[in-house]
Design a protein around this ligand. Structure first.
Ligand code: SIN
Ligand code: CO
Length: 374
């Protein structure tokens, strides 16, 4: 399956030769693929407040950018050419999108971000640009002409509301039709122009900046550190300048701060919580009328369970992280929890996990598996 998705390459070879290194065009990566939803269904999603959507109109140097949620009437006013509607995290609301994303599980889940869909009318594009993330661009209905360039000049236009390259110099060009896919590593310049009304599915990845990771780690340290003691100066000497912060004072502050220390366990704890944390705009919806524990148990043993598509379950050894929370698994839980983290679903629920799963079910993190999701 994955070999077809990667144009005959094994995942190991793809990772070795292309991932994060160079572009790859894969014709007919998903045979028979013609998209997951209609433009009308996508426009409906873009009217919902909880769904991130954007509308980009223009070409050349003239661009207009609007954030959703939109009104139905907004779409009626649009011209026949040169606009694109983008909807983020389609996998959170459409099981088929979640299943498509799951096919990319040759990349660690901690790197996976979401599935974005774009709908463009002829001439529509988001302009020539580059992204800081790896992306697979899978063509759904219609056709899109992709031009790419590994140029080093990544300067962008001033005074436009989106990131547009000032000097895009295409080096390669392809016309993608339904089922074709283009993989791009970060910073490869690209420009995708709709030939006809078309939809493109972007499988996107997360790559925190050093600054984001460090800021996150410092917040984690702040929450987990508790050091005793207080500034003390029994040997205080008379200072010539009472207004001066003395070297002795600085030295003591330095010693106090140097007492903050961390080890590999702290790094692992932070990484697990940070990488499993949903994005700030993600909210879980607990079931409106939850099943009782007895009924939940019955259904879960019959149909199995699935993580809610918004949930992120990761592990390091026997320590598990779900949606920013951490716990140690008991010996009789570990194998099944690892399977759930890898496959996102479990056909058989061990007795030891029923109560934990019921808590997750009540929080909206986990569901009874539906037949089409197993
Ligand atoms: C699109 O689908 O129109 C834009 C995707 C991208 O260029 O990253
Ligand atoms: Co892009």
């Amino acid at each position: 399956m994955t070999q077809i998705l990667l144009g005959g390459l094994s995942p190991a070879r793809f990772l070795r030769d292309y991932w994060h290194k160079r572009p790859l065009l894969i014709r007919n990566a998903v045979p028979g693929f013609n998209g997951l939803l209609s433009p009308a269904a996508m426009q409906e999603l873009a009217t919902r407040g909880e769904i991130e959507s954007r509308l980009i109109q223009g070409s050349g140097n003239g661009w207009q950018f609007d954030h959703g949620p939109f009104k139905k009437a907004d779409f009626k006013r649009l011209p026949k050419t040169d606009w694109t509607l983008l909807v983020q995290s389609l996998n959170h609301v459409l099981p088929a999108a979640d299943a498509l994303l799951a096919r990319f599980n040759f990349i660690p889940h901690a790197r996976l971000d979401d599935l974005m869909v774009s709908y463009a009318v002829p001439g529509g594009s988001v302009g020539p640009h580059f992204d800081s993330y790896d992306v697979f661009l899978l063509q759904g209905q219609g056709h899109r002409r992709w031009q790419i360039s590994e140029q080093t000049d990544l300067s962008i236009l001033d005074d436009v509301p989106i990131k547009i390259l000032r000097n895009f110099q295409p080096e390669e060009e392809w016309l993608l039709g339904p089922g074709d896919m283009l993989y791009l590593p970060p910073h490869v310049a690209h420009y995708g122009i709709a030939e006809d009304a078309c939809m493109t599915y972007s499988i996107g990845f997360r790559a925190p900046t050093t600054d984001e990771l460090v800021q996150g780690f410092l917040m984690h340290v702040q929450d987990s550190v508790a050091l005793e003691g207080r500034y003390a100066d029994p040997n205080l000497r008379l200072q010539a300048h009472p207004g001066e912060i003395s070297r002795a004072m600085l030295a003591q502050i330095e010693r106090m701060i140097a007492r903050i220390q961390w080890d590999k366990r702290d790094i692992a704890e932070f990484a697990g919580r940070y990488l499993s944390e949903p994005k700030p705009n993600v909210f879980f919806d607990p079931p409106v009328t939850p099943l009782s524990f007895a009924v939940f148990k019955k259904h879960a043993s019959k149909s199995g369970v699935a993580l809610h598509p918004k949930s992120r379950l990761l592990f390091i050894g026997g320590r598990f992280f779900i949606n920013g929370e951490a716990f140690d698994s008991a010996a009789d839980e570990t194998a099944a929890l690892r399977q759930l983290a890898d496959q996102l679903r479990l056909a058989t629920v061990p007795v030891a996990l029923r109560e934990r799963f019921y808590d997750w079910y009540e929080a909206g993190w986990l569901e009874i598996a539906s037949h089409d999701s197993i």
